[in-house]
Design a protein around this ligand. Sequence first.
Ligand SMILES: [Zn+2]
Length: 108
Amino acid sequence: MDDEQTKEGVLEALNPEVLAVEALTYDELNSYFLSKEAEKPCGACGYSGEWDIKTDGDQPSLLFVPDYRNPSVGTLFFTLTCPNCMNTRLFDALDVMRILRSAERDNG
Ligand SMILES: [Zn+2]
């Protein structure tokens, strides 16, 4: 089994929620970060301006990190990067999607 098959197997098992994560737009993610004040000053260099959301085309990039002890599972992350020193903050993408969808339901 190569790494690509492993990753695809994991994502297939989670398919409905992974598809919802993949559907999140740059604007939705940016609004989420603003609502959580996620762009607090950089802990590494002190920069206090806007952070960068890495993108893949029009969509926010997704990082897949395999679990060390069980590489057949892993976690998807959205990232925020300090444009001054490149320090990067990771946000669990499934949980971000769940919070955003829950807020949408609460708001009607
Ligand atoms: Zn920094």
